[in-house]
Ligand binder design. Structure first.
Ligand code: SAJ
Length: 445
């Protein structure tokens, strides 16, 4: 092991990163940037070709530059051939997706497929790291036995195996990879030590623990966030009924030093929060009234609530949904990213289309219109619109000039502010009917 640690310090290891997506690619580029030779593997030809041309297939601040400089000096390369990558690798980092199926059960097929290939190619002294989010017990019950039986080697003695969950948010991936403390959960003490040594070359702080604890800690982070957001959404619904503005309520409550209520919105999207709570409760005996499932239900209800607010707002001005033009601002799942995975705009658009509305979507970053008509500019999106629904809080939308918008819209224009980014006083002043999540003004809704 001493030799392995020295190899890591000298950047003598060759790394293979399996899965070159939102997590794998920043991982590959950062390790190449710190001096390792990295081979990034993906099943998509287009992804591999782009990387080898020095072009990032994903839009992540700083990634294109980091990737192209490392491809140029020959420290980073991509391949479709995982066996080639594994044959050259001293350490393998697995960053494949672990989605849930339609019954909300984990689908570990991508991970198991990767393990199958890795297991057959493990040599003595290799380090295998899983960074994908997994249900509790996966490392000990699935990953370790599978790799041991395929390789006929013993984990923690003949090869090293660790769970090192990713903790980076799209849009801030490179910075967070370096700055967020990294949990290192070895399958045993040797594995923890070796994996920690590797991650110390890129991360400012590593925290050593065991694999089983790290699995639940990772799931706890995103589930806590989901439950907190659900609470803020519930609070928004309460405030609407009391004619009170939830924004002000949260601002005031959060002045207490031990309170940190998150922000209500049109729903919770992205690749992690809508899924990880289900991974956490997988194969756990739950009481009927458990908070995790309820939080998921509340957050899943929010897109429907946005549609309900819209229908009522149209009714208030004597309009029918079937004759209305609705503009969706933002199809990305969160602010300032181009990623539309599980975005709340999808159920909102689907529902409105189902009700017979004409729906136009505009997003300055994200090209996915979810079956709505796609507008190339804000001006095009609001032409003859009856109602604007703000679904994503892109900073770019702050530049919106309400009085200019109003002029291109039909009579009695409406704003439904799912993110509370529009100033209600200003909106009303220029002639909008303003409605927002948690904006409880009884006479308006
Ligand atoms: N959202 C709200 N209210 C809030 C915060 C977020 O409605 O107060 C919504 C967002 O608009 C979005 C969804 O929740 O639709 C998820 O947003 P997010 O900010 O949690 O971003 P993710 O999913 O990109 O990243 C999370 C992060 N986890 C935590 O902050 C605990 C990130 O650090 C993880 O690495 C990532 O999940 C992951 O991959 O697990």
């Amino acid at each position: 092991m001493i030799e392995k640690l020295a190899d890591i310090r000298n950047r003598g290891l060759h790394l293979a990163v399996l899965g070159s997506g939102y997590v794998g690619l920043p991982t590959a580029a950062l390790f190449a940037g710190t001096g390792f030779h990295v081979l990034a593997v993906d099943i998509k030809t287009e992804v591999v070709e782009n990387i080898n041309r020095g072009v990032s297939p994903i839009n992540e601040p700083g990634l294109n530059e980091l990737l192209s400089s490392n491809v140029q000096v020959g420290r980073l390369r991509a391949t479709l051939n995982s066996t080639e990558a594994l044959n050259h690798a001293d350490a393998v980092l697995i960053s494949v997706q672990t989605p849930i199926d339609k019954n909300k059960k984990p689908n570990l097929s991508f991970l198991l497929q990767a393990l199958e290939e890795v297991g057959k190619n493990i040599r003595k002294g290799m380090l295998i790291v899983i960074t994908s989010t997994v249900p509790p017990g996966t490392m000990l019950e699935k990953v370790k036995p599978k790799l041991e039986s395929l390789s006929c080697l013993n984990a923690d003695n003949e090869f090293y195996l660790a769970y090192v969950p990713e903790r980076i948010a799209p849009g801030r991936a490179l910075k967070e990879f370096v700055e967020n403390p990294r949990l290192i959960g070895g399958i045993g003490p040797n594995s923890t030590k070796v994996a920690a040594e590797l991650y110390k070359t890129v991360c400012k702080k590593v925290i050593e623990t065991d694999a089983a604890t790290a699995e639940i800690a990772k799931l706890a982070e995103n589930t806590f966030r989901d439950v907190n957001i659900a609470f803020s959404n519930e609070l928004a619904l309460i405030c609407e009924q009391h004619g009170i503005d939830v924004k002000k309520v949260i601002e005031l409550a959060n002045t207490h030093p031990r309170v940190n209520i998150h922000t209500p919105g049109p729903g919770v999207g992205g690749p992690c929060l809508p899924k990880d709570p289900y991974l956490l409760i997988h194969k756990t005996k739950l009481r009927e009234h458990n908070i995790i499932k309820k939080a998921r239900q509340i957050n899943d209800y929010m897109p429907k609530h946005i549609v309900e607010i819209t229908l009522q707002a149209l009714k208030n001005v004597g309009k029918n949904i079937k004759d209305s033009n609705i503009t969706i601002l933002g199809t990305a799942y969160k602010a300032n990213v181009d990623d539309s995975r599980l975005s709340p705009s999808k159920p909102i658009i689907q529902k409105l289309l189902g009700l017979g509305a004409k729906v136009v979507a505009y997003d300055p970053y994200c090209s996915e219109p979810f079956n709505a008509e796609k507008a190339e500019s804000l001006v095009e999106a609001i032409e003859d619109s009856d109602c604007i629904i703000v679904v994503t809080d892109h900073l770019k939308f702050n530049e919106i000039n309400l009085s200019t918008l109003r002029k291109s819209m039909r009579d009695n224009p409406i704003i439904v502010d799912g993110r509370r980014v529009i100033n209600p006083v200003e909106a009303k002043r220029v002639g909008f009917k303003y409605h927002g999540v948690g904006y409880g003004v009884r006479d308006e809704i």
